[in-house]
Design a binder for this molecule. Structure first.
Ligand code: AP5
Ligand code: MG
Length: 219
């Protein structure tokens, strides 16, 4: 049976950081809707141009565009074994669409680690985040500094600060999360797959909470 894990949590909670560790550990694809949008923006595609108008303001990209993009990603054969989803779904209609897509693979959402952290922590994390241009690898000037300032440890590409990590946009993203994404907490609680993870701990400690959850799930 394939295993599909959805990482849920506010902006800056650590979804991308943990998704990339899980993807490596379990050899499952890391599907980040934000990364796919940013790649399209870099390549100046029509979808990228449209997504940019929402992302720069900290708004969600409309559901139909987002779902079509993820549906396309799921056509690649690597998803048949399972996936670590980061940033998708982000609204109840997106969650319904995901459930539908997974039935096509004979799968379902198996586990939803919900990473929590208070707003002041999220703001500090996003203010100090540096992202790699090439592949979206994530660093932090204080909590996870690169070996050489401004350069990705993994692929040596330049690090940049995301446009939507400006203080005002971050605050708006957190409000959008509370209004449009937080309803997924109940959505997945009702389906018996959501477990809270304490996101204030160090990156290593959060990773070890994740690993415990997954090994319990496998039993
Ligand atoms: P997206 O890219 O998904 O951004 P987000 O959800 O706002 O989340 P972030 O990437 O900001 O945070 P994260 O939880 O991944 O934290 P990270 O691991 O980087 O989406 C961007 C935009 O795209 C959206 O606003 C929307 O416009 C659009 N979009 C995307 N998906 C969509 C969808 N499904 N529907 C509609 N629109 C969509 O960590 C943050 C920082 O903290 C890093 O510097 C990291 O090093 C550090 N850190 C991580 N964990 C720890 C820790 N435990 N201790 C200390 N530091 C830590
Ligand atoms: Mg992220």
């Amino acid at each position: 049976m394939p295993t599909y894990i959805v990482l849920l949590g506010p902006p800056g909670a650590g979804k991308g950081t943990q998704a990339s560790l899980l993807s490596e550990k379990f050899n499952l694809p890391h599907i980040s809707s934000g990364d796919i949008f940013r790649e399209n923006i870099r390549n100046n595609t029509e979808m990228g141009k449209l997504a940019q108008t929402y992302i720069s303001k900290g708004e969600l990209v409309p559901d139909d565009v987002t779902v079509a993009m993820i549906r396309d990603r799921f056509k690649k054969p690597d998803c048949a074994r399972g996936a670590i989803l980061d940033g998708f779904p982000r609204t109840p209609p997106q969650a319904d669409s995901l459930a539908e897509m997974l039935t096509e693979f004979g799968g379902k959402v198996d586990l939803v680690p919900f990473i929590t952290a208070p707003t002041e922590v999220l703001i500090e994390r996003l203010a100090g985040r540096w992202t790699c241009k090439e592949a979206g690898h994530i660093f932090h000037n204080k909590f996870n500094p690169p070996k050489q300032s401004g350069v990705c440890d993994l692929d040596q590409s330049p690090l940049y600060q995301r446009e939507d990590d400006k203080a005002d946009t971050v605050k708006h993203r957190i409000d959008v999360y509370k209004q449009q994404t937080a309803p997924l907490i109940n959505y997945y609680l009702q389906r018996g797959v959501l477990t809270e993870v304490n996101g204030i701990a160090s990156i290593e400690d959060v990773a070890s909470q994740m690993n415990t959850l997954i090994s319990l799930e496998e039993k």
